[in-house]
Design a protein around this ligand. Structure first.
Ligand code: GN1
Ligand code: MG
Length: 362
C-alpha cells in the first residue's frame, strides 16, 4: 500500500449508518466498496427488497464546494427531466431527513454523502474497447452534448476552476518540479522533457479554444463514465456528473477518445502497448458526430482534441506523482508514474497518427 495522503482517510466513517440515512424504498442491508473512480469513496448498497444503489462520500479536498457540485447536478438532472434527450442520466436518492435543500447527508465530521439509484442491466464498457463499443460510447457522449445544448453555461458553477486549462496544469507541474516535495524528480527527467517539448503547442491550442462560445460539457468523459446495455451494447446512461460545467466540445470528444480508442488501460505498466486503435477511433468519432451536431468551429477543434486531453492528463498524473500522490487515489507509489507514462506514450502515438486522425473528420 502506498503512503499517499488522503485527507478523507484520516476520518474513517462507517458507510452503513450513512447509507441508512437516505430514503431508499427498503432498508440497506449490505454496503460494499467499489474501487473504480480516482476521486470519491464509492460503495454499492444492497437493499432488503433487492434494489441496488450507489453511495458516495464526496471528496471535499478535490471539490472544495460540494454544495455547488450538488446544485449543478440538480440543475442538469432537472433539465434532463424536461425532455429532449437520447441518453439517460442517473437519479439521486434524497436523504430521509433532509437538513437542507440538497439531496445529501452531511455528517458532524464534515463529510458529505450522496446516493444514486443503480441502473440495472447497464455495465461500463471494457478497456481496450472494440469498435462497436467505441461507437456506442461516442454516441452516448455525443448525445449528452446534444442534451446540454439548451442549458445556459452561466447557470452552472465552475466547481474546479480552470479544470482543463493547460496553463494552470503546467504551472502546477512547474511548482512540483521546483519544490520536488517527494524527492521523485530525478526519476522523471525524460517525462518532464516530453512535456516541455509540447507545452507551447498545447498552450496555443488551448488559447485557440477561447475563440469559441463555451457550452455545458461533461468534462470527465472517461470510457467507464458511460454505461452500456448489458444485452444490446447500446449506450444506456452517462454517469459521473461532478464536473458538468462550462467547457468546449473538444474536451468531451478528446477524453472519450483518450480512453475509448486506446489500445491499453490508462495505467498500463507496459506503455509500449499503449497506442491508438484506429478502427475504434473512427467508430467513436462517427458515433459522437452523429449525435452531437457541432458547429463548424467546434468541428475544427476535434482533430487535436484527443492529443490535448491525453497531454493534460499526463501532466496532471506527473504532477501528482511529483507531489507525492495527494490528489488521485493510488494503488501503489508508482501508480501515478505508470499513468503519466502511459498517457505520454499515447500522446506520441497520436502524433504519429495525426494524418489518419485528421482524415476521420469531414
Ligand atoms: C478523475 O472521477 P474520475 O475517476 O472519473 C479526474 C478526471 C481524470 C480521471 C483520470 C475531478 O476522474 O479529470 O480525467 O480521473 N476527475 C477529477 O482517470 O479530477
Ligand atoms: Mg469523476
Amino acid at each position: 500500500m502506498s503512503q499517499a495522503f488522503h485527507p478523507q482517510q484520516q476520518l474513517p466513517q462507517q458507510p452503513l449508518p450513512v447509507a441508512r440515512a437516505f430514503a431508499t424504498a427498503s432498508e440497506v442491508i449490505e454496503v460494499t466498496p467499489i474501487s473504480d473512480g480516482h476521486i470519491h469513496d464509492t460503495y454499492r448498497c444492497a437493499c432488503r427488497d433487492g434494489a441496488l444503489s450507489i453511495l458516495q462520500r464526496i471528496n471535499t479536498a478535490v471539490f472544495v464546494d460540494p454544495a455547488a457540485v450538488m446544485r449543478n447536478i440538480v440543475i442538469v438532472l432537472s433539465a434532463a427531466n424536461a425532455g429532449h434527450r437520447a441518453i439517460r442520466l442517473p437519479a439521486l436518492i434524497g436523504a430521509s431527513q433532509p437538513d437542507a435543500a440538497l439531496p445529501v447527508v452531511r455528517r458532524p465530521d464534515g463529510s458529505w454523502w450522496r446516493m444514486w439509484h443503480a441502473i440495472p442491466g447497464a455495465v461500463s464498457a471494457p478497456i481496450p474497447a472494440r469498435p462497436r463499443e467505441a461507437n456506442a460510447c461516442g454516441r452516448g457522449f455525443g448525445a449528452f452534448l446534444a442534451f446540454t445544448r439548451e442549458l445556459e453555461p452561466k447557470r452552472l458553477t465552475e466547481t474546479i476552476p480552470r479544470f482543463h486549462d493547460i496553463e494552470r496544469r503546467l504551472g502546477e507541474l512547474a511548482d512540483a518540479i521546483r519544490l520536488d516535495p517527494a524527492g521523485r524528480l530525478s526519476g522523471v527527467k525524460r517525462e518532464v522533457g516530453l512535456v516541455e517539448e509540447r507545452a507551447s503547442r498545447m498552450t496555443s491550442y488551448f488559447r485557440s479554444l477561447g475563440r469559441i462560445a463555451p457550452r455545458v460539457t461533461h468534462n470527465d468523459t472517461k470510457f467507464n463514465n458511460i454505461l452500456l446495455d448489458a444485452q444490446s451494447g447500446e449506450p444506456r446512461a452517462v454517469i459521473d456528473l461532478d464536473t458538468v460545467m462550462a467547457g468546449y466540445a473538444a474536451y468531451d470528444f478528446g477524453d472519450g477518445a483518450r480512453t475509448g480508442a486506446a489500445t491499453a488501460a490508462e495505467d498500463t505498466g507496459e506503455p509500449q502497448l499503449m497506442g491508438l486503435n484506429r478502427e475504434s477511433f473512427r467508430a467513436y468519432a462517427d458515433g459522437f458526430l452523429e449525435e452531437a451536431s457541432l458547429s463548424a468551429d467546434e468541428l475544427a477543434t476535434l482533430p487535436q482534441a484527443t492529443a490535448y486531453m491525453t497531454f493534460i492528463m499526463a501532466v496532471r498524473f506527473l504532477t501528482d506523482y511529483l507531489a507525492g500522490d495527494r490528489y488521485y487515489h493510488v494503488d501503489d507509489p508508482e501508480h501515478n508514474l505508470r499513468r503519466a507514462r502511459a498517457q505520454l506514450s499515447l500522446v506520441l502515438a497520436l502524433e504519429a497518427d495525426a494524418d489518419q486522425i485528421r482524415a476521420v473528420f469531414p
